[in-house]
Design a protein around this ligand. Structure first.
Ligand code: SF4
Ligand code: SF4
Length: 68
């Protein structure tokens, strides 16, 4: 199964990864913020990930890693 790792402290909360995920398994944390004070992206259902890496390609700050 593909493994997605998000460096939540480095995330700037732009939401681009959420918008491109074809499986809709990324979302912005609603109740938590990181040191930058933003609601960071998080994985909600790793099992549904198809490893397309669209999220990693889209992230402007390269904080997402996809291992296949
Ligand atoms: S690798 Fe593809 S399916 Fe998995 S979280 Fe990223 S965009 Fe979504
Ligand atoms: S695209 Fe990158 S910086 Fe933007 S919300 Fe997703 S992980 Fe955070």
């Amino acid at each position: 199964m593909p493994k997605v790792t998000i460096d939540s402290e480095a995330c700037k909360g732009c939401g681009l990864c959420v918008s491109v995920c074809p499986k809709n398994i990324l979302m912005m944390s609603e109740d938590k913020i990181n040191k930058k004070g933003v609601h960071y992206a998080r994985m909600i259902d790793q099992q549904k990930c198809i490893g397309c890496a669209f999220c990693a390609l889209m992230c402007p700050d390269c904080v997402i890693k996809v291992e296949r």
